[in-house]
Design a protein around this ligand. Sequence first.
Ligand code: AMP
Length: 378
Amino acid sequence: MLVLVINSGSSSIKYQVRDTETHEVLTKGLIEEIGSGEVKDHAEGLEIIAGRLDEALGGRTVDAAGHRVVHGGERFSEPVLIDNEIIRAIERLAPLAPLHNPAHALGIRALVKTWPDLPQVAVFDTAFHRTMPEHAWRYAVPDDWYRKYGMRKYGFHGTSHDFVTGRAAEFLGVPREELNAVIAHLGNGASATAIREGRSIDTSMGYTPLAGLVMGTRSGDVDPSVVTAARRHIPGLSSADDLDRVLNHESGLKAIAGTNDMRRIVEKAEQGDRGARLAIEMASYRLAGYIGAYHVAVGGARALVFTAGIGENSAPFRQAVVERLGALGITLDESANAERSDETRRISGPDSAIDVLVVPTDEEAAIAEATEAVLTAR
Ligand code: AMP
């Protein structure tokens, strides 16, 4: 099946065409500056993509579209076939993901206009975490905050955590339903997930993708009083928007090391830069803490899995993390860790208590597979 995978943002549309049989990427591209540049709106963007696909696919046509949707709220626990009611449900979740969900809905509506008969599937970033037990997803705040305003842990990167869990189980030769693991998705955004019997039972992101690990430009966990104190005392931080901006875009590795690019941070640390060293220490320390907590939560993990930009590519960062896991009996095979490869691989030492793996994530492949599964089950 040929699946057009769409990630529709407020001013851009990223697309790929995947063949689910051969796993090939047949074509991919990006439409940018929608609204501010030459492309007037999402509908025009989709018209341009349609033209490009006619050229690139040599007479073949796509069978379905799969959309990445950031927020599925409490309703969506798996991918769904899109109809008008589903589009409205995605729009109604806008208060939980104001930058993303309205933009996804624009992309979906534009696609309906361009290809009225093409089946469309929504794949939600939150859905994989719907299996978390309530004691993991509730916050200890007044009941109304949850019941009236939906303030609870949702978790994100679900499509990636799900995909990587499946690949890790395959690599280890264990049925997925029997796999206990900790997955560390370390990109510019980063999250750790506790996997018990193949399902998510806890994850480090929360109500929004701001919680948990030290990320590229996001703070991760801080005492909430820091936020209220910043609002009281720091000039220029009087509004919720200001605080959102600083915590999401001016914090994390960037605040400590001066850059959010892990390659640069490692280089600077090797040259003795104090901020860069501290940033690696903070990020690896925070992650090691989550790994310990989730090892306990899953009743003993069989594997620790690194994925995404930093997890797949930064041997020094993986080493900094595993060096902190001695109490769990986890060791690294340094030469396996240093090897560069696009394949799933084991990097733990022969004496390690659990396997440490690197598994390349592929969210577009996961969305294409999920889209096919929904349409096949119809
Ligand atoms: P992602 O969000 O998964 O695309 O990951 C982006 C992050 O991966 C960036 O912060 C980069 O610093 C990091 N990254 C990509 N390639 C490398 C590399 N070779 N070494 C270290 N970090 C890398």
